[in-house]
Write a protein that binds this ligand. Structure first.
Ligand code: HEC
Ligand code: HEC
Length: 466
């Protein structure tokens, strides 16, 4: 780290430690790269607001949830400790309780999840509660690191406006007065100087310098290097379709681009460069969160797009505008918010057309739930949990999710859809679906290799010096 950066980090950590140490968090300080601010006063004001300002609300500050000691996230084990050592800590306020009444805090205490009220666009209704205009979801705290480099929130609903998001955060979590424009900008400036690595900091400063997907460097013990190479190979090159063995990478199909948060050309179901995808977290619902059924009316006719992999002629209308699409989910993510891809001025359950088309023709029970694809930078050394519902506690859990739950689910869906297509006499569609089914698996050795490669590639230490 350059001296200027280290100096700033030390100041930052002492401001932040003063704030959080009484919360009983463990004292291992997570590594953070701070870019030298062009306006140090604004940066300092933002740091103070972020760590100390309650805005006259319930006593909660940003850093209570985005804890600087733990990658600016909230770990379930730290909430559990806090519940024992500081049962009256401001985090235990009714807003964060299971039912909003201050009685029970099981989702916060057991899983580190925060209640979030998401407004429903006009074309979305909750089945059974037709007058409800918002839905209460329980979500993990994402890190503030690298937050200037990707869409905000698990469903993308805040776009990339950090100052606006800070205002929403105060209203949602602190129940305080609205921050002034200058305060919002200061908090945005503070956060947009915090990075997981020097390579993401360099990328923020210069868009022509994207962080590389690391090759395995020489000089490592051979067994370890071989494992890393296999992990990298799986991530970027493993064929995902028998009919196209040249191209693939099961992980890179969704984790591509500079921030590893975009779909690529070889994604079998979704268009390339999409910032949203479904990885089955909500469908599996490992933490048993309450599910609701949402009815989303299509704002446009659902038409098979050009270049679709489905053997249905492009231009075919599979559902008219106004048709209801129903989704039952613990967290419907991007499907129920103002379309973050900007295609329609409302909720868009067909952010990815293929699963929607398969639903409309009766080959799938409902479209996949979509969330913002998270950046993978920093995940290699992260001490907090993973996924929007904190259901994975380590990278081993993450890979186990893909291996044992997501991919078998994908295979089962593809197989069921293939059988339906066969029964309907659509042999080309059936063949296409079976071909995809065959490529979707992770072996025990690959599980080990992927985790090693993630720890190697997406941690602070590897970062390239700008
Ligand atoms: C009570 C806990 C809590 C507090 C306090 C809190 N946040 Fe958050 N924050 C969250 C949760 C949960 C999300 C994700 C919500 C979602 O996706 O719907 C989030 C999301 C964010 C994000 C988006 C990050 C990303 O990658 O998507 C930013 C930035 C952020 N908060 C900044 C702030 C700021 C600034 C403050 C203080 C003004 C603040 N937060 C206070 C819990 C909290
Ligand atoms: C179909 C698209 C898709 C594929 C394929 C995919 N991911 Fe993901 N990944 C996502 C989405 C979407 C999320 C966020 C899910 C959520 O929390 O609901 C995610 C989350 C993650 C996270 C957690 C990040 C965080 O901040 O919590 C990690 C780590 C991860 N994926 C690694 C992988 C690895 C390793 C592979 C390959 C074995 C992989 N992903 C394959 C879409 C995908």
């Amino acid at each position: 780290m350059k001296p200027a950066l280290r100096f700033l980090s030390v100041i930052l950590m002492s401001i932040l430690l003063g704030c959080v140490s009484q919360s009983g968090s463990s004292q291992e300080v997570s590594e953070v790269v701070v870019r030298r601010p062009s306006n140090p006063e604004q940066f300092g004001a933002g740091a103070r607001l972020y760590t100390h300002e309650t805005f006259g609300g319930n006593g909660v500050v940003c850093a209570h949830c985005h804890n600087p000691l733990t990658d600016f996230m909230l770990r379930p084990e730290d909430v559990q400790r806090l519940r024992l050592t500081h049962p009256t800590h401001p985090l235990f306020n009714p807003l964060n309780s299971d039912e909003g009444d201050g009685v029970a805090y099981t989702r916060l205490v057991n899983h580190g999840l925060i209640a979030v009220d998401v407004q429903l666009p006009a074309n979305v209704q909750i089945v059974g509660s037709p007058t409800a205009r918002s839905t209460r979801l329980f979500r993990a705290v994402p890190t503030s690191l690298d937050s200037s480099l990707h869409a905000l929130m698990w469903d993308g609903r805040e776009g990339s406006d950090l100052a606006h998001q800070a205002g929403s955060a105060v209203a949602q979590h602190a129940a305080g007065r609205a921050p002034t424009a200058a305060e919002g900008q200061a908090m945005a400036a503070f956060q947009s100087h915090l990075f997981t690595s020097r390579s993401t900091a360099a990328y923020a400063a210069n868009a022509s310098q994207p962080p590389p997907l690391p090759e395995v460097r020489s000089g490592l013990p051979e067994d370890y290097a071989a494992s890393l190479r296999r992990g990298r190979q799986f991530f970027v090159d493993k064929p995902i379709s028998g009919s196209d063995p040249e191209h693939g990478g099961v992980c890179a199909a969704c984790h591509s681009g500079p921030m590893r948060n975009r779909t690529n050309l070889f994604n079998p179901g979704d268009p390339p460069n999409l910032a949203f995808a479904g990885n089955g977290t909500s469908e599996v619902n490992a933490n048993g969160l309450p599910a609701r059924t949402y009815e989303i009316r299509l704002l446009q006719a659902l038409v098979v797009p050009p270049g679709s992999p489905l053997p249905i002629p492009p231009g075919t209308v599979v559902a008219p505008a106004g048709a209801p699409i129903r989704v039952t989910a613990a967290d419907p993510g991007a499907l129920i918010v103002q379309d973050p891809t900007g295609q329609v001025a409302g909720a868009n359950p067909c952010i990815s057309p293929v699963p929607c088309i398969l639903t409309a023709i009766g080959a799938m029970p409902q479209p996949s739930v979509f969330h913002r694809i998270p950046s993978l930078h920093g995940t290699g050394s992260r001490t907090g949990a993973f996924f929007h519902d904190n259901s994975a506690h380590s990278l081993d859990d993450v890979v186990a999710h893909y291996r044992d739950r997501f991919l078998p689910g994908v295979r089962a869906n593809l197989h069921g859809a293939a059988l339906t297509a066969q029964a309907q006499g659509n042999a080309p569609l059936a063949a296409f679906l079976l071909d995809m089914e065959a490529g979707m698996n992770i072996s025990p050795q690959e599980s080990v290799d992927i985790v090693r490669y993630m720890r190697y590639a997406f941690r602070v230490e590897y970062a390239v010096v700008p």
